[in-house]
Design a protein around this ligand. Structure first.
Ligand SMILES: C[S@@+](CC[C@H](N)C(=O)[O-])C[C@H]1O[C@@H](n2cnc3c(N)ncnc32)[C@H](O)[C@@H]1O
Length: 266
């Protein structure tokens, strides 16, 4: 195992990322965004977040845990903004660069290779539930955002103890835990919503399925494909049972001077 917290996640986010890139290359560039949006999964969720990040021409944006770059590719195509992608799986980070021509770096969210105040906005989609180091990841996000910068989040939150079988390596926070972590990191929650992961246009879902079929045709006999499929089936079951829900949030980076004053006063 290299970077992630389970081998099943390495198969899902590393090996399958490489296979997804290969399938998109075979099928054509029109398949890249739907195939590449795997945590975010829905165009409605991306639109809701992008509308709230105060983006403008020249905004410096980070996609933290970018996967193969589908959401950042969507942002470039729809809003004309070229986000920087950071992603710990080297194959996925490379795919984001090759499929979407975006700047991309192999990096964990808890160790971002950027100076303080580098970004005006960031989003982090389906990532916090894949790491136990949520506080460290959020502290890094706060550090690389300028004062007042916006953060968009998609997090799968658990309202009650989850029934097995659980996806390996995931750690789903409760909403109160998530709110506490954001506040502790100096990120003030401004707005939340429930994400409807099924609200993408039919063509988007069809294209994602075509890419899955192509990956299965090429690699269906590989046990890592079955392992990755089982991981996403488990998440899907928890979502459809209502044990997990897809939570969207937008937070603002508290000014550093206020954070220092609060720390002094406590
Ligand atoms: C469900 S996928 C979401 C990918 C992408 N954000 C999207 O919406 O399509 C979760 C991603 O988080 C990445 N990841 C896992 N642990 C991470 C960590 N500690 N720091 C940053 N990214 C991480 C995985 O490699 C994977 O690409």
């Amino acid at each position: 195992m290299s970077e992630l917290e389970s081998e099943a996640m390495e198969a899902e986010f590393g090996t399958v990322a490489r296979w997804t890139e290969e399938a998109v290359r075979a099928l054509g560039p029109g398949y890249a965004v739907p195939a590449g949006c795997r945590g975010s999964g829905s165009e409605g969720a991306l639109r809701w977040l992008a509308d709230r990040l105060a983006l403008g021409p020249g905004s410096r944006v980070l996609d933290d845990g970018a996967g193969v770059g589908g959401p950042a590719g969507w942002l470039a195509a729809e809003r004309g903004i070229r986000a920087v992608c950071a992603e710990p799986m080297h194959a996925a980070a490379g795919a984001a660069a090759r499929l979407f021509g975006l700047p991309s770096v192999t990096a964990l969210a808890q160790q971002l290779p950027f100076a303080d105040d580098t970004f005006d906005a960031a989003w982090c989609l389906g990532v916090l539930c894949t790491t136990t180091q949520k506080a460290e990841a959020l502290a890094e996000l706060r550090r690389v955002l300028r004062d007042g910068g916006r953060l968009g989040l998609l997090v799968f939150v658990a309202d009650r103890p989850l029934p097995p079988p659980l996806p390996e390596g995931n750690e789903f926070p409760t909403e109160p835990e998530l709110r506490g972590l954001l506040a502790a990191a100096g990120l003030r929650l401004a707005e939340t919503a429930a994400a409807d992961l099924g609200d993408s246009p039919a063509e988007w879902s069809q294209r994602a399925d075509v890419v899955d079929d192509e990956v299965a045709r090429r690699h269906g006999a590989d046990p890592r494909w079955a392992e990755a499929q089982e991981q996403s089936r488990r998440v899907g079951r928890l979502l459809s049972d209502g044990a997990l829900r897809a939570w969207l949030g937008v937070a603002t980076a508290e000014p550093r001077a206020d954070l220092r004053r609060d720390a002094r006063d406590t």
